[in-house]
Design a protein around this ligand. Structure first.
Ligand code: UT7
Length: 331
């Protein structure tokens, strides 16, 4: 026991829609092939959320299951942060919609937009409210309905992204477990390489912007790749080293799932074997803010109290970072 209060992850849950968009199905939509996609990205399929449903659907399903698992009522949540680039509406915040649908009537909430690093930004922000003693139960959702902003005529982007996400519950801990360190970064100079051209205040929607597909993801993949591969690896190694961790004492690397080659480079820089890296990109593709909670959810049965996790991400903004989490439960 120590006097220092840390924010422990005490439950995790994820959600992916049932509709599976395989590489084979994409072959019928754009000029691409399974071999190219698998070799260049590691992705075999991704999930698609139905029409009329928004990102809040992923959040609501995740948080309801999370509360049930932890044995708490949504009314006990103090704060809900929703990291997403595909909010249900421009406003109000998707966090508010999720809280309303959950019956989390004592919570306040807000959306946080840091693209693929959104979950790490949310986790770090949420942890502050626990550490200061202000709140006892903070939920961080990372979720995206990327299919709502993808151009399914653009083979450079439509093969990468999918829909899904998850949520974690943060609670106070005095055993030295939970979110222990973070190194977060942003560089607005990266905007030119990865952004949505229209729909914001600079270029509001017009018939012309719709016709020009300017509401979809625009990405210069090669440039983003170069920045991602360097920065994600460097920041992950930095957080590992400054916490006295080594390849032997890191239990899991939890990397953003954008491209298998970026994940491999990060693991190599940290000196980690493949069997210490959470990888599910083949099944879900890149779900932006959703990838990290989806990994934690899938690997949760194998996690043990005291495991050292390095979560890391790189994404639009540019934004990137790594977070050191000491897992708080499990046999
Ligand atoms: O999560 C947010 C951050 N985003 C990322 O981290 C994404 C980073 N970037 C990447 O993962 C990769 O750059 C991509 C997967 C997007 C693209 O892979 P690449 O190896 O960088 O390919 P490229 O864009 O350099 O294209 C190589 C070739 C081109 O043909 P030529 O010019 O060499 O004849 C493309 O036209 O592959 C072609 N190509 C395709 N071929 C088949 C591009 N997309 C496809 C496709 N199917 N879907």
């Amino acid at each position: 026991m120590s006097n220092r209060v840390t924010a422990a992850i005490t439950a995790v849950y994820g959600y992916v829609p049932e509709d599976v968009l395989t590489n084979e199905r994409l072959e019928g939509m754009v000029e691409t092939n399974d071999a190219w996609i698998t070799e260049r990205t590691g992705i075999r399929e991704r999930r698609i959320l139905g029409k009329g449903l928004g990102t809040s659907e992923i959040g609501v399903r995740s948080v309801l299951a999370l509360c049930e698992k932890r044995g708490i009522d949504p009314s006990e949540i103090d704060l809900l942060i929703c990291a997403t680039v595909t909010p249900d509406h421009q406003f109000p915040a998707t966090a508010n919609i999720i809280c309303d649908r959950l019956g989390a009537k004592n919570a306040w909430g807000f959306d946080l937009m840091a693209a693929c690093s959104g979950f790490l930004y949310g986790l770090t922000t949420g942890a502050q409210f626990i550490q200061t003693g202000k709140h006892k139960k903070v939920v961080v959702v990372g979720a995206d309905k990327m299919s709502s902003i993808i151009d399914y005529e653009d083979r450079a982007t439509c093969i990468i992204f999918g829909d899904g996400g998850g949520a974690v519950l943060l609670e106070p801990n005095t055993e030295g477990l939970g979110v222990l360190d973070s190194s977060l970064h942003s560089d607005g100079g990266g905007c030119q390489f990865l952004h949505q051209k229209a729909g914001g205040s600079v270029k509001p929607a017009t018939i012309r912007t719709v016709e020009a597909h300017e509401h979809n993801v625009y990405q210069e993949g090669k440039s983003v790749f170069k920045f991602a591969v360097t920065n994600m690896a460097e920041v992950s190694a930095l957080v590992m080293e400054r916490n006295g961790l080594t390849a032997d004492t890191v239990t899991w690397l939890v990397p953003h799932q954008a491209n298998l080659r970026i994940i491999d480079a990060t693991a190599r820089r940290m000196g980690l074997d493949e069997n210490k890296v959470m990888i599910n990109i083949a099944k879900y593709g890149n779900t932006t803010a959703g990838t990290l909670p989806l990994c934690l959810w899938e690997w949760e049965p194998r996690l043990k109290k005291g495991d050292n996790l390095i979560l890391s991400a790189f994404g639009g903004g540019f934004t990137w970072g790594a977070v050191y989490v000491k897992w708080a439960y499990g046999a």
